[in-house]
Design a binder for this molecule. Sequence first.
Ligand SMILES: [Zn+2]
Ligand SMILES: [Zn+2]
Length: 78
Amino acid sequence: MKIHKALLAIIIGSALSFGFAHAADAKKDAAAASKVAGCCTKAAADSKACAHACCVAAAKEKNNCAKCGGAGAIAAKK
Ligand SMILES: [Zn+2]
Ligand SMILES: [Zn+2]
């Protein structure tokens, strides 16, 4: 019986830490806020797409251009 209890504790413990790790991952994802590069913000203000080759390439991957100061993925339009 003692062994079973210990085993159960280990299983519960690892399940909990697995859950915590996932929660931390989700938080990390949310914390990695997307930031649109300045040049792309300006272009968007003129309802244009930024003409920079680096920005176009990043946009194709649905990312903001990191070279121009952007970060993360492009926020999905609703
Ligand atoms: Zn740009
Ligand atoms: Zn760029």
